[in-house]
Design a protein around this ligand. Structure first.
Ligand code: ADP
Ligand code: MG
Length: 576
């Protein structure tokens, strides 16, 4: 249908004023404004349904962003993220009726709300169309669409009205982060934290930086000498910081000295951060994952035998399946599954680990006869992980020195300041070994073989039924509901936006329903690595729209690893 004029839109609104809410459907279509086109793609059925979906498109004669649209991928992302934030601020007033834009956090991520291409600038919004009870409020809708909307466009989507300096800074941090990430690979580092980085956050539920002028002292990061390195970034120039090499790195130190805070910052180094966040110059390899124990999770056919073997009553651990994993079996499964999905760096905190999975001390070793303890602690596998499989680990462990013997680098956090203590720790370990004769006995059988080969799992989602539409809903930042099953994603600590959980929900819907078209869609019987590759191919070609039945405004990019986390936690996942 050819676009209509704004006068036509005004005409429809006066015609349907005061009628039942359903008459809003007459608005579906496109309308030319002076500087943009409004596309009303879908109108909500009633005032309580999810918001109506609209898009605004501007050609670059009007937007002024042609030059930016032709720049590098990271500079484009910088513009998109910057404009998304402006749109959020200017359009979403949080009123009962009005525009809806997803909240943007501290991380910069590819989202569907703003899309910049050499042809167009497109913005997507939700809108709750005004009603009194179930009657259309025509005058109010007219004010929203004919007066407020053009103002929102003027303030948020025109180059002539954005703060050019702030936009440039925003693009620069994204580009610097991309460069820093590529330098990691070049130098065989897993992470880099620049000097002066501000790690501390306001609160557990508030990811903004701790203000420097508040009551609590803020200690800026200073790299410890032996791990200091310099890099040159396109905009920040020469930057000094701590480079964590591949291998096994241990973070130690007293309680409340900033270990977990550093680990969390490392794990979020997969994202660029907004200017002023304090973490702009942290980068971590994108294949980094948090690993924790997760009592009660379901596990389907995962080979956890490198860690756990010989369970009571002969339960197999080569294809371990349970609806109710223990602390240690869940943590073992998390590691094996993430390796299967392509993880290259494991980030583990003692605060969220199962003790018996992490360590076994000398006295306990003496008490238990061989065969009495099914667990080979992570301590005895962490080196094999790197040596045989190239998977690095950064581990926080303040409560035990057992890892002194196996770490390549040991960093002591002392009043939020890192110091490298590798030699000191080795010294302590060897003195103790001489006095007690104790060394962690690597279990002879299988130390070399562990991790060298796993039989590929073939998995199936047939348990979720065929054909019938399955209700899949994203809830907050870490939860999905699939029909009546709640899928907890707490272990996905790197998911930072509800928009990412919606992407997981859309992916699962796409998976279960299949999608007509020229692109491949997943089969119900699959191996994780190939399934992730196919998903990435679709998203690479079509963007997140490639997964959805309609153009959504409220999705954000995830990593294949995040998708693997979700798939592995589905309780009706089966082997096939
Ligand atoms: P640990 O894991 O060593 O017990 P945490 O990382 O949990 O310690 O940090 C303890 C407290 O110190 C937290 O409230 C955290 O926000 C704060 N903190 C951490 N690093 C810094 C820093 N560089 N400057 C100021 N406060 C910090
Ligand atoms: Mg801690």
């Amino acid at each position: 249908m050819a676009p209509q004029s704004v006068e036509d839109l005004a005409g429809i609104l006066s015609r349907i004023d005061g009628r039942g809410y359903k008459a809003y459907k007459d608005l579906t279509g496109a309308y030319h404004y002076q500087r943009f086109t409004l596309h009303i793609d879908h109108v909500q059925a009633d005032p309580f349904a999810p918001p109506s979906r609209i898009r605004l498109t501007l050609n670059h004669d009007h937007s002024g962003f042609l030059e930016e649209a032709r720049q590098t991928k990271s500079r484009c992302l910088g513009v998109e993220d910057f404009l998304g934030r402006l749109l959020e601020r200017n359009a979403d007033r949080g009123e009962r009726f009005g525009f809806r834009v997803d909240r943007h956090g501290q991380q910069i991520m590819k989202r569907t709300v703003i899309q910049l291409s050499p042809a167009l600038l497109e913005a997507r919004l939700g809108v709750d169309l005004p009603a009194a009870g179930r009657r259309i409020m025509g005058a109010e809708a007219r004010r929203l669409l004919l007066e407020v909307l053009p103002q929102v466009v003027t303030r948020s989507l025109l180059k002539s009205s954005v703060d050019a300096e702030a936009l440039r800074r925003h693009q620069d941090v994204v580009e610097d982060h991309a460069t820093l990430s590529s330098l990691l690979a070049e130098h065989h580092w897993v992470s880099f934290v620049a000097d002066e980085t501000s790690l501390a956050r306001r609160a557990g539920h508030d990811d903004r930086p701790l203000p420097a002028d508040g009551d609590a002292p803020v200690v800026p990061f200073q790299s410890p000498a032996p791990l200091s390195a310099e890099v040159t970034l396109p905009h920040a120039g020469l930057v000094r910081g701590m480079a964590i090499p591949e291998g096994v790195t241990l973070l130690v130190g007293g309680g409340f000295h900033g270990k977990s805070t550093l680990l969390s910052a490392l794990s979020l180094g997969i994202y660029a951060h907004i200017p002023g966040d304090g973490r702009e110059q942290i980068a971590t390899v994108p294949e980094a994952v948090r690993i924790r124990s997760e009592e009660g999770r379901a596990v389907t056919g995962t080979d956890i035998s490198p860690f756990i073997d010989g369970l009571p009553f002969g339960i197999s651990t080569r294809d371990f399946t349970t609806q109710n994993a223990s602390g240690s079996t869940s943590q073992a499964a998390n590691i094996i599954e993430m390796m299967e999905a392509g993880a290259r760096l494991l980030l583990i905190d003692e605060d969220s680990s199962a003790t018996n999975f992490m360590i076994r001390d000398e006295m306990m070793r003496r008490l238990l006869r061989p065969g009495q303890e099914p667990i080979t602690p992570f301590l005895e596998r962490v080196r094999d992980l790197y040596d045989a499989r190239g998977v690095s680990t950064v581990l926080v462990m303040g409560g035990s020195g057992e890892y002194f013997r196996v770490a390549d680098h040991i960093i002591l956090m002392d009043q939020y300041r890192p110091r490298v203590v590798t030699d000191e720790c080795r010294e302590i370990a060897s003195t103790l070994d001489q006095s007690t004769g104790g060394k962690p006995g690597k279990d002879a059988a299988g130390a070399e073989k562990a991790f060298t080969k796993e039989k590929p799992r073939r998995l199936s989602l047939s348990g979720y039924g065929k054909g019938s539409r399955i209700k899949i809903k994203a809830v907050g930042t870490r939860r999905l509901v699939v029909d009546h099953e709640e899928v907890e994603l707490d272990s996905c600590e790197q998911l930072m936006s509800p928009a990412q959980v919606r992407t997981l929900a859309e992916t699962l819907t796409w998976w279960l329903e299949g999608k007509e078209g020229d692109l491949p869609s997943p089969s119900r019987c699959f191996e994780i690595p190939e399934a992730l590759k196919m998903w990435s191919g679709v998203v690479h070609q079509r963007g997140l729209d490639g997964l959805c039945r309609f153009r959504r405004s409220d999705l954000a990019m995830i990593r294949p690893l995040d998708l693997a986390v979700m798939l592995n936690r589905l309780r009706q996942l089966e082997l096939c």
